[in-house]
Design a protein around this ligand. Structure first.
Ligand code: FES
Length: 101
């Protein structure tokens, strides 16, 4: 069972392997601007994964194409709705703005 450390809140919560990062964040009471319902189209769930990136699911075409259209994307960027948790702990930085709009 992976733990997610959520920054800048500094909150650590237990999550479930196989769940999306977005689902885990929502369960932890964090709200992201997920206007597309979690299908990788809006970019509102853009986050940085600072630790544990390799345990997440690989970036698929839909996510990659959306990330290409978002300003401020870096090597740690993921769409929380598309990144599926593995068994390892991760550290997520919520960006505090909707970068995909
Ligand atoms: S919720 Fe829209 S891209 Fe993730």
């Amino acid at each position: 069972m992976p733990n997610i450390t959520i920054n800048p809140a500094g909150l650590t919560v237990a999550a479930t392997a196989g769940a999306t990062v977005l689902a885990a964040l929502t369960s932890a009471g964090q709200s992201l601007a997920s206007k597309c319902g979690g299908n990788g189209q809006c970019g509102g769930c853009h986050v940085f994964i600072h630790e544990g990136r390799k345990s997440l699911s690989k970036i698929q075409r839909t996510e990659n194409e959306k990330l290409d259209s978002i300003v401020g994307v870096g090597s740690k960027s993921r769409l929380a709705c598309q990144a599926v948790l593995g068994e390892e702990d991760i550290t997520v930085e919520l960006l505090g703005f909707s970068s995909g709009f």
